[in-house]
Write a protein that binds this ligand. Structure first.
Ligand code: SAM
Length: 222
């Protein structure tokens, strides 16, 4: 199943996002897609963990923005990243080829962006010697692997849309695949989400949210 009618829309900081028209749901905040990804996943996730070698899991590869930013930041900060991205409904070329992320960041789309979309699924791809990328075409609830992670970017659609992905059971699974000291970051700070994370074993911290949102969450496995 795909999402039916989808459009590219421009968000407040000029970066694009994808809108699922029928259910009026966006892949990012309309108050700035790039701003939100940098704030939630890069500044409060990627740069929170102090290690030169990171294993990252992204729940919901979608437009590829988080993966692209992580790729670019891993080079800038000279860190080695193994990045695994899960996606149930890949975005079509007709859409991803028009997204303006590389242009806005002034980086080469043929290096940092398009290969993320066009590379083979379910296979480790060395995009450079410090960035190993694997995208897996699966439902999070069916994902099973022995691999452990330092950071999980939890970027599902909003809890009101996809309540089945924000449950205690799902967070228990996320907890079990994190290394000790590992974190899960997400843009949502809903009370029920926080409770489900705590019941799953996480120590949860509410942080300042990206533009348009009061808070976000960082859940830590101690
Ligand atoms: C909020 S969007 C975020 C996408 C992405 N992080 C980005 O920067 O564009 C959520 C993504 O999760 C994917 N998704 C939804 N349900 C899923 C599931 N059960 N398993 C894996 N991916 C799922 C959607 O198709 C969508 O691409």
């Amino acid at each position: 199943m795909k999402y039916g009618n989808i459009h590219i829309v421009e968000t407040s900081d000029g970066s694009h996002t994808i809108k699922i028209v029928d259910i009026d749901e966006h892949y990012h905040s309309v108050n700035g897609a790039l701003h939100e990804s940098m704030h939630v996943f890069i500044n409060n996730g990627f740069y929170y963990i102090n290690s030169n070698k990171l294993n990252i899991l992204e729940m919901g590869f979608g437009s590829g923005l988080n993966a692209m930013l992580t790729f670019a930041e891993s080079e800038k900060s000279n860190r080695t990243v193994e990045y695994t991205a899960l996606e149930l409904y890949p975005v079509d070329e007709e859409i991803f080829s028009k997204l303006n992320y590389a242009e806005i960041l002034n980086v080469d789309p043929n290096k940092y962006f398009l290969p993320l979309h066009t590379c083979e699924w379910n296979k480790n791809i060395e995009l450079n010697k410090n960035f190993i990328f694997k995208k897996i075409n699966t439902d999070l609830n069916k994902y099973a692997d022995n691999k452990h992670f330092d950071i999980i970017y939890f970027d599902a659609f909003a809890p009101d849309r996809q309540s089945e992905l924000w449950t205690e059971t799902v967070f228990k699974k996320m907890f079990s695949i994190l290394n000790i000291g590992g974190i899960l970051v997400t843009y949502s700070s809903k009370g029920e989400v926080k409770r489900n994370m705590r019941n799953a074993g996480f120590k949860v911290k509410r942080l300042q949210g990206a533009a348009g949102k009061h808070h976000m969450l960082r859940a830590e496995k101690n």
